[in-house]
Design a binder for this molecule. Sequence first.
Ligand code: AMP
Length: 573
Amino acid sequence: MVYARITKPARARGEGPGPTGWPAARARLAGLPGGGLNIAHEAVDRHVAADHGAQPALIWLGREGARQVFSYAELAAEAARFAHVLRAHGIGPGERMFLLAGRVPALYAATLGAIKAGVVVSPLFAAFGPEPVRARMDIGGASVLVTTEAHYRRKVAPWRATMPGLKLVLIIGEGAPDGCVALGPAMAAMPATFETVATRPEDMALLHFTSGTTGLPKGVVHVQDAVVAHAETGRLALDLHPGDIYWCTADPGWVTGMSYGVIAPLCNRVTMVVDEAEFDLDRWYGILERERVQVWYTAPTAIRMMMRAGADAARGRDFSALRFLASVGEPLNAECVIWGQQVFGLPFHDNWWQTETGGIMIANTPDMDIKPGAMGKPLPGIEAGIVTRDGAVLTEQPAGQIGELALRPGWPSMMRGYLGQPERYAKSFAGGWYLTGDLAMCDADGYFWFVGRADDLIKSAGHLIGPFEVESALIEHPAVAEAAVIGVPDETAGEVVKAFVTLKAGYEPGEALERDLRGHARARLGPAVAPREIVFRDSLPRTRSGKIMRRLLRARELGLPEGDLSTLEGDAR
Ligand code: AMP
């Protein structure tokens, strides 16, 4: 169904975003006194220096009902103490620190403190199992890990001896197992000021992992200069203004939770709400209402879960503080946009970006009319196109044609590389474009519409999952000969992971084995990544060169046209 355009009233003069473009954005930041650039300085210290130290920076809502408020001055002090802890343990600029914890206050202090010390921050999703954790820390060359005792014992301790480069494990709280340091007492012993290391704009600041269709996950390198884009896109695409109450529901284990759940809001001096708990309808409506949230950035899976509960569940609530709603991470159905209007009196504004772009590229901004179902238009400073590839030759497509979404490189938060994989990085560019791996269409009005992925990556509840990583874990089970993993549509999560396996001689398919395999995958990969369904097959379709054709499995599963099968091996058709 096609929905009518949602028109916006013209803003009063003077209320627009003001000058845009990267030089203007850069000029809005402070820079370090000696001429460098540091994300943590832009996020907290400069606000404290400008007399805003008393403003709440973080309202933390604990799972069990606790509520703690940290001012900008308190957050700055905690970050400084954390930076001292790293220095006291001999951790220096450029080393990599991994985070594996839920949304707890120490995570925010650690992130900002490490960046102050010039240490690179690499967040991991707390729902990962031991295998994704180990693989990412290995690729990233981890020297430091900040985690909780429970995560450490289950996911790190079993293999720690194999990673001698991991020099320091900081355990959130007052105590720590052998070989680790308790963060609480370590920070309490440190001074509350720390001179930020004079990092330069091109120094590595963040390392985010994303999945590939083949091979191991990719470590996406972002530099200090990314802060220019974080601050500016937060202002333009999320309408962040100093003093706003803002809630980003994404976990900092993923890029959205870091770029727009930590950096962009603090740079724009908003008060951020952080909820430790997972989605719960009543809880979420209660947070929006009680905390008087003004700007809310969430994701289609959550919106669909709310829609499923029906508009009645929201009746009688006071959402009058809300001013702007935005969504990211997966296709936002037109119905979700409209539902926002019905329940909150405001439409959801879809926006598009990915780990590699570091920040929002395409968005429905506050001033723009919304075409429900469209991702919006490129932000100022971003040039996007639709291209088709024929070998090395790229052809730009006119309005209305489907092709790969491509971006002209050059914005500040663009990735600077895949860590240690220059060839993989080089393959992301052609003809002067960065190729996103997404299929899209641009209409005659310049709005971009998402069509699908150009590769086999799976998007489940907003998490990008690489089939290869799941297949590798399945193959480690003694019964499994080969595995192929695809995404199948799901009304709530967008897609869920489904695996096809063939068995080794001597093993029989059956319910008990399926359960065992699912348990094996969950233990290794964690619940966010493990397959929801596993089916047994006698063989899997392969190309003549031996590659499993996930695309064909998917086409068959969904009853889609099977496409060009000329490279398919005879017996597998
Ligand atoms: P990640 O790198 O994990 O943030 O995932 C990025 C991918 O999520 C993109 O390449 C898209 O495939 C998908 N994605 C992000 N935002 C949107 C959106 N607004 N609409 C459709 N797909 C999206």
